[in-house]
Each structure stands twice: as structure tokens, then as C-alpha cells.
Design a protein around this ligand. Structure first.
Ligand code: SF4
Length: 455
């Protein structure tokens, strides 16, 4: 069919009188039965989320055009339909087979808000959310706008992808969760915005491999607030930095693209904090682990990061007693810690997870040795972490309050992620509120935590 009038599902009536006009979408569907099924899936999701479907361009807040790209005539018809929807309505999202044919849609109609290929209900909904957010009705919706969360109200985890393209020999996550699948950037940004509107003051970006965000979709362009954004960590961090809250990055592998994030930290857009799991320092063990990085390169990279952002806090994790690890290789790891001067370190004694390739390696070490090395590593790092905390005494820092009790406020600095890093005890912070940012002066420290008074 042509795009003259949007072909729509029957216009459903709301079961409840709406207090505000629900967001309304026009839908033009072209092409074969497979395209029709795609359209049905998208329309079902829209209705389930409370969108109305309009029978006219004029009554719609936004139009979705489901295209066909099979033969030249179908391409021309699809491009005409997009042009008509743009002329009649102005806000257009394109999906379907034509979207998978290179840049033809963007080149012909640069004003379209987003373009996806076929079978892309998730991506279409992400684009719809970005340009026409669903109406949240607290009386009808079982789920609050920001979703159900298990964290306190003032911080939240923001998952940007699932799965992993690496095959570290001690890990079975790729077998359980598959290869990397990045969430569309518009969808991630919409979720982040909803969290901030709901009172979140700190977003913790997580995934299995944060630096790889967007690799699987070739850094595809998405949209947020009508603006094109590449599905890439730099663009995501830059956009998150506009939300006015703390943005903290976890599980960042030291790939070269991480260097690009340092200016964002220097500008204060994201926190000067990197949680980068290095796992080991010996080249031979890293190779057996099938890890991508070498220790010297990591040390060089850390030095360059610190030159760019002197206050950068680096957290990492390591595995002790990996199969075949010699005492000399373990000592290499301790030397690496001396050199790297990491702020926070977590260590795990190697544990043979069922199904992990590393279990087949020769030279498995007894549990006592794996554990004894873990303890030795943690003791070794204790002095380094303490010295780094001592260097903060007398400095004025910003903290985010997690709790207030009779003894004052329990807060965290930019260098402290919740649950895994240290705390800042603000001894005169009784009047502070949970979720509030406060300026404090550091007065003392112990092995893990800082003590401070209001500045
Ligand atoms: S350890 Fe991390 S990077 Fe390695 S395979 Fe597992 S999830 Fe991927």
C-alpha cells in the first residue's frame, strides 16, 4: 500500500479516562507479510506501553514508517511514503528492509529521527521512547517510570550491554550469556534520564566489557532528544555527563579508546574513576588467561591517564594461584602493584568454575597456595591504598551522602563506588540528607576509609 493515509490497527479506546492526552503514533506499513508481522509486533508493544495509534498524520505525535526495499519500485514507494510522512507530520522513525540498505534513507531524507532494519522491535521502541516518551500513570502502571530497583534511591546501575566477545579461560560468562549485545544508545539515555528524574544522583555504568560498547553494532547511530549519537562509549559518557549527576564507569578494559574518556573526566563530565579488571601482570599468565592486555602497556597507559587526570582513582581486581602460576610470576604481580599504585584492589583466589577452559591447564595449585597468595597480595596492597588515602588528608573534597545516623553522615567520595570501595565518615554531618552532595575536609584515614568534617 502507499503511504497516503497511515494503515493502522483499529483505533483502540482507553479503558480508563486519561488525565493527559496519551502519546499517539501514526503507523505506515509497506511490504510483504514478514514486514506486516514486524509491524504487528511493534504495534503490540506500543499499545502495551500505553501509546494510542492514530488514523491520520495530523492526529499523531510521531509517525513510524515500516519500509520495503526488495525491488527498485518498492524502494521508491518507501522513500515517497517517508517523504509524505515528513511533510505531513515532521517526526518520522523509519524501520524495515530499506533501513538495512546502507544510508539511502538518511541521504534522501536527512530529517528522519531514527532508522532501523527489519525485525527491530526493541530498537524501534528505543527510538520511540527517545522522541515520544510513554506516559507514566502512577494509578495504572504496576512499574514506576524508572523501573524497579534494588539500590537506594540516590544511586542506580545502568546496564549498557549484555554478553562478551572475549574468551578468558577462567570465565564462563560468554557461554552463559553469549557474545556482546549493546543496548541502543537512545534506550540507555532514556533510562538514565528517567532515573535522574526519579532522584538518582549517581549512575554506575555496568556491563561485562564496558569499553567494547557498540562494537557489535559497528557504532550504529542512535538518537537522544532528537540528536544523533553513535553507540560508542565516548558518546554515551559525553551525553550522560549532561545529566548533572555523578557517572561512574565499571569493568573498563584498558583499550586505546579509554584514553578518549580522560578529557571528559578532566572536564568533570564523568567521575575520575576507572574500575579496570587487570587480573594479572605476568605476560605468560595473561596469555594463559587469554586476556587482551600486556602489563607494560597497562603501566604506560596508567601513567598517561594520571598525567591527564592527576586525581584519577583506579580500582582493579586480580586472580591469584592461576594454574601454573610460579612464585616468580606471583612476585611479578606484586611488583606491578608497586609500580601501578592503584587506589583500590580486590583479589580472588583462583577457583575452577565448572566448564571453564582453564581447568584443563597443567599445574593446578593447591587451595592453600591460591589463598595464601591472595592474602599476601591484599597485605601488599594495603600499604599502597593507605598511602593514597593519607595523601588526601587536609584536602577539600565532594562527597555523596549514603546514610545519616547519631555519629554523623556516612558518605562516599568520587573515588569510592558503593559496596566495593571505602567510605567517608563525616563526623559532624548529622544535618546532611541522604542523597545530598556535600563539601568536606578530610581529617584522617584508616586502611579503607576517610574521616572528614564539613568544609
Ligand atoms: S572475564 Fe570478562 S572479559 Fe573475560 S570472558 Fe569473562 S566477561 Fe568476558
Amino acid at each position: 500500500m502507499t503511504g497516503r493515509a497511515p494503515r493502522t490497527a483499529a483505533k483502540p479506546k482507553s479503558a480508563h479516562p486519561a488525565k493527559t492526552k496519551p502519546p499517539t503514533i501514526g503507523f505506515v506499513s509497506l511490504g510483504c507479510p514478514k514486514a506486516t508481522v514486524d509491524a504487528e509486533h511493534i504495534l503490540t508493544r506500543m499499545r502495551a506501553e500505553g501509546y494510542e495509534i492514530s488514523g491520520s498524520y495530523a492526529g499523531a505525535d510521531l509517525v513510524v514508517v515500516n519500509t520495503c526495499g526488495f525491488i527498485d519500485a518498492a524502494v521508491a514507494e518507501s522513500l515517497d511514503a517517508i517523504g509524505e510522512a515528513l511533510a505531513e507530520n515532521g517526526k518520522v522513525i523509519v524501520t524495515g528492509c530499506l533501513g538495512a540498505k546502507g544510508d539511502i534513507v538518511q541521504q534522501t531524507h536527512p530529517r528522519v529521527l531514527a532508522v532501523t532494519g527489519p525485525h527491530a522491535t526493541q530498537e524501534v521502541m528505543a527510538a520511540v521512547h527517545a522522541h515520544l516518551p510513554p506516559l507514566h500513570d502512577p494509578f495504572l502502571d504496576l512499574v514506576p517510570e524508572q523501573g524497579i530497583r534494588l539500590t537506594p534511591e540516590h544511586y542506580a546501575y545502568l546496564k549498557i550491554s549484555e554478553g562478551c566477545n572475549h574468551r578468558c579461560s577462567f570465565c564462563i560468562i560468554p557461554a552463559l550469556r553469549g557474545d556482546l549485545v549493546s543496548r541502543p544508545i537512545g534506550e540507555v539515555m532514556h533510562e538514565a534520564e528517567a532515573l535522574v528524574h526519579a532522584g538518582v544522583r549517581e549512575l554506575l555504568v555496568i556491563s561485562q566489557d564496558t569499553s567494547a560498547y557498540g562494537v557489535d553494532v559497528k557504532y550504529r547511530t542512535g538518537f537522544w532528544q532528537g540528536r544523533p549519537l553513535k553507540t560508542r562509549l565516548y558518546d554515551l559518557c559525553n551525553a550522560l555527563g549532561e545529566l548533572g549527576v555523578w557517572v561512574r564507569l565499571h569493568y573498563v578494559y584498558p583499550y586505546p579508546n579509554v584514553d578518549d574518556l580522560l578529557p571528559l573526566m578532566a572536564e568533570g563530565k564523568i567521575l575520575p574513576y576507572l574500575d579496570a579488571p587487570f587480573q594479572h601482570a605476568s605476560a605468560r599468565i595473561l596469555k594463559l588467561m587469554k586476556r587482551p592486555a600486556s602489563a607494560e602497556k597497562v603501566l604506560e597507559r596508567i601513567a598517561a591517564w594520571r598525567r591527564a587526570v592527576p586525581d584519577l582513582a583506579i580500582r582493579s581486581t586480580f586472580i591469584t594461584g592461576f594454574p601454573g602460576e610460579t612464585e616468580a610470576e606471583f612476585n611479578e604481580l606484586l611488583d606491578f602493584l608497586d609500580e601501578a599504585q592503584l587506589d583500590r584492589v580486590g583479589a580472588f583466589a583462583y577457583s575452577p568454575v565448572d566448564g571453564a577452559a582453564a581447568n584443563e591447564l597443567p599445574g593446578a595449585l593447591p587451595e592453600e597456595v591460591r589463598e595464601e597468595r591472595r592474602m599476601r597480595l591484599m597485605q601488599h596492597q594495603e600499604d599502597i591504598s593507605t598511602q593514597r588515602l593519607e595523601a588526601k588528608i587536609g584536602r577539600r573534597i565532594t562527597v555523596l551522602v549514603d546514610d545519616v545516623d547519631d555519629e554523623g553522615a556516612v558518605a562516599r567520595s568520587m573515588a569510592d563506588a558503593p559496596e566495593i570501595d571505602g567510605l567517608v565518615y563525616v563526623t559532624d554531618g548529622h544535618e546532611l540528607e541522604v542523597g545530598e552532595f556535600a563539601a568536606v575536609t578530610v581529617t584522617d584515614c584508616d586502611v579503607h576509609d576517610l574521616y572528614a568534617t564539613l568544609a
